[in-house]
Design a protein around this ligand. Structure first.
Ligand SMILES: Cc1cc2nc3c(=O)[nH]c(=O)nc-3n(C[C@H](O)[C@H](O)[C@H](O)COP(=O)(O)O)c2cc1C
Length: 443
């Protein structure tokens, strides 16, 4: 493939579209067993996707005050999911090339545990592990970790900056060849090639090294998605892949340019940081059929669920104090994640949408909606790539299995026919397939 090619990841979250899980053929209860996850991973791998990704929030969403009996739209499907770090090792056993990535927050974890978990996954998968570093936008997580309210935004990012340095330091704690396992001499590892991190900072005191030795990628791939000012700085300094919420090609290009400038400022090669735009593909045999399907799913979204879903994304602001058919008010700044507030205001203002229309848009997914035939979807993706507005996409299908099958079996083959996506894996590790920096995995 001579020209530019896409990086593609699949975000599996069957309850993500707040209506599609009600379709007769949708399987919303992936939690019934591992086989559905395996099937999704295999579909992703048959399509030669770079990675399968799972999000994570360690709290049921509380858009309004359920504790005091306000249950308006509270039964949100997006609240329900496994701990993905437990799911990925199982999927590693049933796949061979697919990258396996999951969120783990820097706000409510300890770096030693997290580094060890992803290092273990990297070993088990033969170099396919990825970690999505977030600072947690769901304000309710704090209440499951001994706090009454969320950690302050700037402090979350200061902690994340130190956290990632500890994690990467731990991953690099073992030099190549340290695990000699010399049966003749009875020497298991070479103490001279083991390094104590001896980190001491504002938040953490960690001696090191890890109990897991040096993993195939050395550093599992680091994903990030915070678009606030400190979020971009952290990503520019440390991320390999950046997920972003962009609904417009011009804004997408500006975001990518901004990030690449920052990456360069940190002395890194911008070509080794991949920007993946979140997209929700809704595919039909024709554009008209896809539009009908989108409408059918939209009609299945309960209004109270849509509005209550938007409230925590809007920083916990109670939108019910306004006429829901009226315009979106100026949302006050809050201590929640900043990216969503900006995206909500952007979508509402750009489309001149009412509160309820904006809520429906986000209930279908926060991402760019790509609605059309496989060839129209490929046209959109090609346009974004050629406009330098992305390096690829994070596809978030509306439901499983049909939404996942449509993307992997209809859209991806069209991209492959156009020479925009690989037809075989060429790398051994996730880093190699993505084309990001490698660290020499000699164990
Ligand atoms: C594709 C994508 C996936 C995300 N996954 C998670 C997640 O699993 N958990 C989480 O707390 N935040 C997640 N986020 C949110 C951000 O990574 C970030 O933590 C949040 O936007 C707050 O940062 P900000 O204040 O810089 O916007 C995700 C964002 C995107 C675009």
């Amino acid at each position: 493939m001579a020209g530019k090619t896409l990086r593609l990841a699949l975000f599996l979250f069957p309850g993500y579209h707040l209506g599609a899980w009600r379709l007769p053929d949708a399987v919303p209860e992936l939690d019934l067993g591992i086989e559905h996850y395996v099937r999704a991973a295999q579909l992703a791998e048959e399509a030669k996707l770079d990675a399968l990704f799972f999000e994570d929030q360690a709290a049921v969403r509380r858009s309004n005050d359920i504790l005091s009996g306000d249950t308006y739209g509270a039964a949100n499907p997006r609240s329900i999911h496994f701990d993905p770090s437990m799911l990925l090792p199982a999927l590693a056993m049933r796949t061979t090339h697919l990258g396996l990535a999951a969120t783990s927050t820097a706000t409510f974890n300890d770096p030693y545990n997290l580094a060890r978990r992803f290092s273990t996954l990297d070993h088990l998968s033969g170099g396919r592990a990825g970690w999505n570093l977030v600072t947690s936008f769901n304000e309710d997580e704090a209440q499951n970790f001994g706090l009454d309210s969320h950690v302050e935004h700037a402090q979350r990012y200061r902690r994340a900056e130190e956290f990632v340095d500890v994690v990467t330091g731990l991953w690099e704690g073992w030099e190549p060849g340290a695990m000699v396992r010399d049966k003749e001499k009875g020497v298991y590892f070479d103490v001279g090639r083991m390094n104590f991190l001896q980190h001491q900072g504002e938040f953490f005191k960690v001696r090191g090294p890890l109990t897991t030795g040096r993993s195939p990628q050395v550093r599992p791939v680091i994903f990030q998605a915070g678009a606030s000012e400190p979020g971009r700085e952290l990503a520019a300094r440390t991320a390999d892949v950046v997920f972003t919420l962009q609904s417009d090609v011009v804004a997408g290009r500006a975001f990518r340019e901004d990030l690449r400038r920052r990456v360069e400022r940190f002395g890194r090669n911008p070509d080794e940081v991949k920007v993946l735009v979140g997209m929700t593909p809704i595919i039909g045999a024709t554009d008209a059929a896809a539009r009908e399907s989108a409408q059918r799913m939209r009609d299945l979204i309960p209004e109270d669920l849509a509005v209550s879903n938007l409230m925590p994304l809007a920083g916990g602001y109670d939108l019910r104090q306004h006429d829901l058919d009226g315009p979106m008010p100026d949302l006050p700044e809050s201590n929640a994640g900043k990216s969503h507030r900006a995206a909500i205001l952007d979508v509402a203002r750009r489309g001149n949408l009412s509160i309820v229309e904006t809520a429906r848009y986000f209930a279908e997914g926060s991402y760019l909606k790509v609605i059309g035939s496989p060839s129209s979807a490929a046209d959109t993706m090609q346009e974004w790539l050629e406009a330098d507005a992305c390096d690829g996409f994070l596809a978030v299908p509306t439901h499983f299995p049909a939404g996942v099958e449509d993307f992997t079996q209809l859209v991806v083959p069209e991209l492959q026919r156009r020479g925009l996506f690989r037809t075989e894996y060429t790398g051994r590790t996730l880093r190699e397939n993505l084309g990001v920096q490698t660290y020499g995995g000699n164990r």
